[in-house]
Design a binder for this molecule. Structure first.
Ligand code: SIN
Length: 535
């Protein structure tokens, strides 16, 4: 029986900052009456955005900072792989996006003078991070956007699981979804992927359990170009604790003076270096000491509970008082710098499909994201996707990282195309369902943390690859099209791409550290673009 169909002008997959920033612009008074449908596998406000702590880096009028310095800091953190035009867009348009968010009702922390309170974080040469509720910035951003979109969206599909993109005549025409066990086709002139990241590929992550790379995997299966997926960022200071996802201890703590200490109590790294530098130094010190964690010393911070109430509450829950005790910490998978390649207006290599936020590779992060640039990316590029759609644009132009794909001879950063064997499609899963999906997911996560963590080797990556292929074979033999099984399928798709790119990149750069190649190799200042073969 053919699947039931519904049609909208715009489908937004995902409900974090990028998707909702686009949706609010398209569905609101400036949106020209477009019908906008939001599809999310959880509840509307249940996105990784709500978990973001530190804040939004933006040079707002009245501070001493300059956007050129923000640009320079972002490029330095990105270790040679940022697209300069994309970063220019990010730093120039970010401040207006923050002002628009304030106009929508978002409340950021302020000094007693009434000015926005600005924090400093690793890799930033100035204090320029606006924040809310201390370290509950994402929660406030999400709250403001959810309130706005509830008033204007045509339809909101919660607890609906996207299976695959619908592609007809080389154009994306919507998505096939699973709604309470029934397959439904949601069709639209424009589909926006804003499904967030893939931290759940790893066993130790700060990402919520929903961060399973669904959008990235759907794009890969639809043969859409993706790039830079070897660059998974490991946040240096996740609480070392059995809880999963790992509670994050915001970088703003180090910005306020918290110190990293080894098991002897010695300081061993510049706490305000970019995250890749700090995480690698931590991995090296843990290997030397044979320990599985280090310490964050926040005992010198004044008014910890007043400045960071949510962090104080989670530490209290485990009976840890940061005023007197050091906090056990270790790096955890946190943010994927790469993703679905987009031009400067969020268009992908597939007509009708846009991407924004963590699922995208807009070029703003290069090989390592600067702290507090991710909510910013979602706001800026979500808004640009909306503006392009409102102006009738439906396909990618050779701008930003898309130059590497569409006009390679003009590209400042050259690209290598890696062909990836076709991955398993959810609609081909017609097995007996005799599969312990949770156990297989854990096995995959452990293999990836062991094989593709902060420091990788060819051997460790190939071991992870072998495990991924074994799990994929079990999935194909026994899997059925059910949400948890499809999540596993998506995790495997992302893991295969990440491993192929990480094996191929024989250097250490940004978030990708190879023990056999200790430094960056100038001949590797290139992007790796993955394209899947036909099945
Ligand atoms: C943090 O507060 O350290 C996390 C924010 C980010 O990932 O930029």
């Amino acid at each position: 029986m053919p699947a039931e169909q519904k049609h909208f002008d715009v489908l937004v997959l995902g409900s974090g900052v990028a998707g909702l920033s686009a949706a609010v612009r398209l569905a609101g008074p400036t949106g020209g009456g477009l019908s906008v449908c939001i599809v999310t596998k959880g509840e509307l406000s249940q996105s990784a955005t709500s978990w973001a702590q530190g804040g939004v880096a933006a040079v707002l009028g009245g501070d001493e900072d300059s956007t050129d310095l923000h640009l320079a800091d972002t490029l330095a953190a990105g270790a040679g792989l940022c697209d300069v035009d994309a970063v220019r867009v990010l730093v120039d348009e970010g401040p207006l996006c923050v002002q628009e968010l304030i106009a929508l009702g978002a409340e950021f922390d302020r000094e007693t003078s009434g000015h926005l309170s600005l924090a400093r974080e690793g890799g930033h040469s100035k204090a320029r991070v606006v924040h809310a509720g201390g370290a509950a910035t994402g929660y406030e951003v999400e709250r403001a956007l959810v309130d706005a979109i509830r008033a204007s969206a045509s339809a909101i599909y919660e607890h609906v699981f996207a299976l695959d993109l619908l592609v007809e005549k080389n154009s994306c025409v919507g998505v096939r979804v699973l709604d309470q066990g029934e397959v439904l086709e949601l069709r639209a002139d424009h589909t926006i992927l804003a499904t967030g990241g893939a931290g759940q590929v790893f066993a130790v992550t700060t990402n919520p359990s929903e961060a399973t790379g669904d959008g990235l995997a759907m794009a890969m299966r639809a043969k859409v170009a993706v790039a830079d997926v070897e660059f998974m960022q490991f946040h240096p200071t996740a609480l070392h604790h059995p809880a999963m996802p790992r509670p994050l201890l915001s970088e703003a703590l180090r910005g306020h003076g918290a110190i990293l200490r080894d098991q002897k109590g010695e300081q061993f790294v510049d706490e305000l270096a970019p995250r890749d530098v700090v995480s690698r130094a931590m991995a090296a010190r843990m290997a030397e000491e044979g320990s599985d964690h280090l310490w964050l010393d926040a005992t010198g911070l004044e008014q910890f509970s007043r400045r960071f109430p949510t962090l104080a509450a989670s530490l209290k829950a485990i009976e840890l008082d940061p005023a007197v005790s050091w906090i056990p910490i270790a790096p955890a998978a946190h943010h994927l710098a790469g993703g679905v390649m987009t031009d400067l207006d969020g268009a992908t290599s597939l007509e009708g499909l846009s991407a924004a936020g963590e699922v995208a590779c807009s070029g703003v992060h290069g090989a390592n994201r600067l702290a507090s640039n991710s909510l910013l990316e979602g706001m800026v590029f979500g808004a640009r996707v909306a503006d392009r759609i409102l102006h009738g644009g439906n396909h990618a132009e050779p701008t930003g990282v898309m130059v590497s794909l569409l006009q390679p001879e003009e590209a400042e950063i050259p690209a290598t195309i890696l062909r990836l064997p076709a991955s398993t499609r959810p609609d081909t899963l017609q097995g007996d369902g005799q599969l312990d999906v949770a156990a297989l997911r854990e096995r995959l996560q452990r293999a990836m943390t062991h094989g593709a963590g902060v420091v990788r080797t060819e051997t460790s990556l190939r071991q992870a690859q072998a495990t991924v292929e074994q799990i994929d074979a079990e999935l194909r033999a026994h899997g059925r099209t059910e949400a948890a099984t499809v999540e596993l399928c998506n995790l495997l798709t992302v893991a295969r791409g990440l491993l192929m790119a990480a094996i191929s990149r024989t250097e250490s750069r940004g978030n990708h550290a190879r023990a056999e190649y200790l430094s960056a190799d100038p001949t590797w200042r290139r992007r790796q673009i993955l394209e899947e073969d036909e099945a």
